[in-house]
Design a protein around this ligand. Structure first.
Ligand code: OOG
Ligand code: MG
Length: 263
């Protein structure tokens, strides 16, 4: 079985590297959720071998809009590496992707480790700062269709993440992120509008769940780790014509904006 999981990890990893879609793994093999996380871990190992560094994790399906869009209703988590980082305000070459979509998110930066079952207060006490974020997802499966185990094995479609200015939360303690308006624009046109409250009712809950899922996988969230809370709205397909560009921007109440230009 371990050998098979290793082969599947290589398959999703090379699909990501070559920006070429593959058939869903579940068409061919029956995987448990634990097997799927094992494939994810082995695929991250491939990236580490190429000198990529894990910077954090991302939560998936934390909002009803995302669950409905993808037809999956369990919380999932994937891993973010430095090669996926998109600098705020930079240009992003879409040639790296198969069928990219963008999501409006909130990012947490931990200054203390978080492990196992924690309360919202404990989760808050481990966070140094929060920031607005855009996530680029790019399922490696044909037509962006997958089952729960497929998407977990594919590192939860992680492809890119862009983080705006960090806002300190512990000093002053007045920053309330539970219900922030979020507007995602493509070339100045609002394509998704929502609230951070769509993320499990309160984005801090996503951090509690991230700690729980990490523990279930025999791991924890280390200090310095970035956690993406999950999309507040459905994802928006980023389709542009050759030689064209699209300016993607997320505006948030209280946390400011984050943006990149896709070409
Ligand atoms: C899976 C990733 C979901 C989110 O924020 O809910 C996700 C997918 O929809 O391809 O990143
Ligand atoms: Mg996401």
């Amino acid at each position: 079985m371990t050998e098979l999981l290793g082969q599947l990890a290589k398959r999703v990893d090379s699909a990501a590297q070559n920006a070429t879609a593959i058939a869903q793994l579940s068409n061919e093999v029956s995987l448990s959720i634990a097997d799927a996380y094992q494939v994810q871990n082995l695929s991250i190992l491939q990236r580490i071998r190429r000198d990529e560094r894990v910077m954090g994790v991302k939560m998936g399906f934390t909002s009803r809009a995302k669950m409905q869009q993808m037809g999956v209703d369990d919380l999932i988590f994937g891993q973010l590496t430095d090669a996926m980082l998109i600098d705020d305000g930079s240009k992003l070459d879409l040639g790296r992707f198969i069928h990219p979509r963008v999501e409006p998110e909130i990012a947490f930066l931990l200054n203390k480790p978080l492990s196992g079952k924690v309360s919202i207060a404990e989760a808050m006490a481990s966070v140094a700062a929060v920031a607005p974020a855009l996530e680029v997802i790019d399922s490696r499966y044909d037509n962006f269709k997958f089952s729960l185990v497929d998407v977990i094995a594919d590192n939860c479609s992680s492809a890119g993440f862009c983080v705006g200015t960090w806002h300190s939360v512990n000093q002053g303690g007045t920053l309330d992120i539970s219900n922030l308006g979020m507007v995602m624009e493509f070339d100045g046109r609002a394509v998704q509008i929502g609230s951070s409250a769509a993320i499990l009712g309160n984005p801090w809950r996503s951090l509690v769940e991230a700690s729980r899922l990490a523990a279930a996988a025999g791991s924890f969230l280390p200090a310095g780790c970035i956690v993406l809370a999950g999309a507040a709205t459905a994802a928006e397909a980023l389709v542009i014509k050759a030689r064209d560009t699209c300016h993607v921007r997320l505006l948030t109440q209280a946390l400011g904006a984050v943006e990149f230009s896709a070409h």
